[in-house]
Design a protein around this ligand. Structure first.
Ligand SMILES: Cc1ncc(COP(=O)(O)O)c(C=O)c1O
Length: 396
């Protein structure tokens, strides 16, 4: 049988990246105790009131068809949220989707196609390759450099632009590095996009998980508002990834044009989940604060456990749920180090190379495990670092 080319473009995407995670799961299934620091799922439950609201709404009959843009209550809540960031936001600027991932997919489908290029910082979140490839467009990477703590530099962006460039896919706060762009950086990036007439698609799923650094977005800046679409969800902010509830916020004309795409894909999102999302977005909950406190504390704990080692060096995150460790001084790259760590110490981490060229010397640890588990795992990482450098010293 003959298949459409999208199945080729997406085939195998990601499977190599997750090889180590899959191997760790297989070891665990075989009874080997593995500390798993590969994926990042919030390690606390959503607020009970949100679960109650979803159940209440479901039993109250909020299980019928919805509409393509979103339920009135959630639209109202999202308008209020984004009005705090930019005063002119209305319902015409919002589209609801089942999660950031679907929003990324649909928005990109509305912005890029075969023959176009989409600029993405490298390292990049694992699904971006598929998001871009599904449209037929090509990825063009912008190097994010460890010496800039993986903050995108406007000059690096400008150097990567070609006549085919259409969109910058900007992830801020950034996964895997935890970088949070400064206002000056966002403005400089926005100016480059304006000069070259690029769309800016901002993945802001970690907006509420910053550890003190102030969050800035081109969406909030009137000079970039006509070219910026922000996407986010309640997956991280409210520890509710399984509810699959997110949205896109962008120019009214863009939303109007994308609405039929959304309707064709989804025929609306679930009303009872919309009700729960409206509550999540419009009322204060403590979940994000607890996560910020936990993940920043654990990043500090990991650094303390490494004790200023010049073999394994932490890159302190400014937000998110991960920490990158530079393992280059061990003589192994992140991939080889992670494989050896799993084999010899039964600790599973993500090789930085799974996220791109520029993180190859790093491994990424999820901060979503209890403090003592993280300290134990980082202790094993430090030990392996010592063993490897001791070996190297002996050889020399
Ligand atoms: C950068 C980034 N974007 C998007 C997502 C997916 O978010 P959602 O659950 O809202 O689809 C994740 C999940 O880990 C992520 O790290």
């Amino acid at each position: 049988m003959r298949y459409a080319s999208i199945t080729d473009r997406l085939s195998g995407l990601g499977s190599g990246k997750w090889a180590l995670h899959i191997q760790a799961r297989a070891m665990a299934a075989a009874g080997i105790p593995v500390i798993e620091l590969t994926i990042g799922e919030p390690d606390l439950p959503p607020d009970r009131a949100l679960l109650d609201e979803a159940a209440r709404a479901m039993y109250a009959g909020r299980i019928k068809y919805s509409n393509g843009r979103g339920e009135p209550a959630v639209l109202e809540a999202l308008v209020a949220k984004y009005r705090k960031r930019r005063a002119d936001v209305t319902e015409a600027n919002i589209l609801c989707f089942p999660g950031t991932q679907t929003a990324l997919f649909a928005v990109m489908l509305g912005l890029a196609e075969a023959g176009d290029e989409v600029l993405v910082g490298d390292p990049l979140y694992a699904t971006y390759e598929g998001v871009v490839a599904s449209t037929g467009a090509a990825i063009r990477t912008v190097p994010l450099r460890p010496e800039h703590r993986f903050h995108m530099q406007a000059a690096d962006l400008e150097a990567a632009i070609t006549p085919k460039s259409r969109v910058l896919l900007l992830n801020n706060p950034h996964n895997p590095s935890g970088a949070v762009l400064t206002r000056e950086e966002v403005i400089a990036i926005g100016e480059v996009c304006r000069k070259h007439d690029l769309w800016i698609l901002c993945d802001e799923v970690y907006e509420e998980l910053t550890f003190g650094a102030e969050f800035h977005s081109p969406f909030d800046m009137p000079e970039f508002a006509d070219r910026t679409i922000a996407v986010a969800s309640i997956s991280k902010s409210h520890a509710a990834p399984g509810f699959r509830s997110g949205w896109a916020a962008g120019p009214a004309e863009f939303c109007e044009r994308l609405l039929p795409v959304s309707e064709t894909m989804l025929f609306g999102v679930q009303p009872f989940i919309a009700d729960m999302t409206a509550m999540a977005v419009s009322q204060p909950f403590d979940t994000a604060r607890q996560m910020r406190e936990r993940y920043s504390r654990r990043a500090e704990l990991a650094a303390e456990t490494l004790g200023g080692s010049n073999v394994i060096k932490p890159l302190m995150p400014e937000g998110g749920m991960f920490i990158l460790l530079d393992v280059g001084a061990t003589g192994l790259d992140g991939e080889a180090f992670a494989r050896r760590l799993l084999r010899e110490k039964h600790v599973a981490v993500m090789p930085g190379g799974s996220f791109g060229e520029n993180a190859k010397e790093f491994v990424r640890l999820s901060l979503t495990v209890p403090d003592e588990t993280l300290v134990e795992a980082v202790g094993h990482i430090a030990d392996l670092g010592q063993e490897l450098t001791g070996l190297a010293a002996k050889r020399a």
